[in-house]
Design a protein around this ligand. Structure first.
Ligand SMILES: Cc1cc2nc3c(=O)[nH]c(=O)nc-3n(C[C@H](O)[C@H](O)[C@H](O)COP(=O)(O)O)c2cc1C
Length: 221
């Protein structure tokens, strides 16, 4: 009896999973009414979630899937997004915000940047744009934001170096290779191509089991 009560309550828990919305419903579909493969106008995108919705309508499914996938059944992926949304913002009023923009510039490893965040390493920009990382390097230079190219960028380190503006600061991301010589080569390459620092990714000790990505042959390297 106890076991059947227990299994009933476990099933109850499983069925209680809520529908996951990839983006908040803020009227994207009604406004754009896009056909498959149609690109929303950049000027009409009003917030970050719009970029995901626009990419999903526009990009070939294989390319979109390369960027939009998580481990296994994507339970952690969804949970991570949901828990972030549960952070409440405490409104503060009647405080001086006249100089708030002046508080944004910062230094990272001694280099000056316009904002305290950076463009994180994301492999294979070529899935999103035939020019690969070009737009990212140039936008980072235009806004004085740190760009950290991935070890698995579509463009080579030398091609990225060629796109850099004079004095533009970039850090090179790398994964540790069990072959020491291969890692040394990455360091030498980064130095020769003028990256000012290297960034070591520590959360990727093995390839993930990304089931959505495997369907389209765009799983981990
Ligand atoms: C499609 C994709 C490719 C990524 N490629 C890399 C990579 O090559 N190297 C790396 O260190 N991190 C990589 N990341 C991780 C990101 O740099 C970043 O840490 C992660 O996406 C968390 O930031 P977010 O919450 O803003 O997405 C990748 C992430 C995505 C979604």
């Amino acid at each position: 009896m106890l076991s059947s009560v227990l299994s009933l309550s476990l099933f109850g828990g499983a069925f209680a999973a809520r529908l996951f919305l990839n983006e908040p419903d803020i009227g994207f579909d009604e406004f754009f009414n896009l056909a498959d493969g149609e690109l929303a106008s950049l000027d009409d995108l009003v917030g970050l979630p719009d970029f995901d919705a626009a990419a999903r309508r526009y990009m070939p499914i294989r390319n979109y899937t390369y960027y939009r996938n998580g481990a296994a059944g994507e339970w952690s992926y969804r949970n991570n997004l949901e828990v972030f949304n549960r952070y409440p913002i405490r409104p503060r009023t009647m405080i001086d915000i006249t100089n708030i923009e002046a508080s944004l510039p910062t230094t990272i490893l001694g280099h000056n940047f316009s904002v305290p965040f950076f463009i994180a390493p994301c492999a294979r920009a070529g899935f999103g744009n035939i020019e690969g990382e070009k737009g990212l390097v140039e936008a980072a230079a235009a806004e004085n934001i740190l760009y950290i190219p991935s070890l698995y960028a579509t463009l080579s380190t030398a091609e990225i170096a060629d796109l850099k503006k004079k004095d533009q600061v970039t850090f090179q991301q790398f994964y540790l290779d069990s072959d020491e010589a291969a890692t040394q080569e990455v360091f030498d390459d980064a130095k020769a191509n003028g990256h000012q620092a290297i960034v070591f990714t520590i959360d990727s000790p093995a390839d993930g089991n990304r089931q959505r990505a495997v369907r389209y042959g765009v799983g981990p390297e």
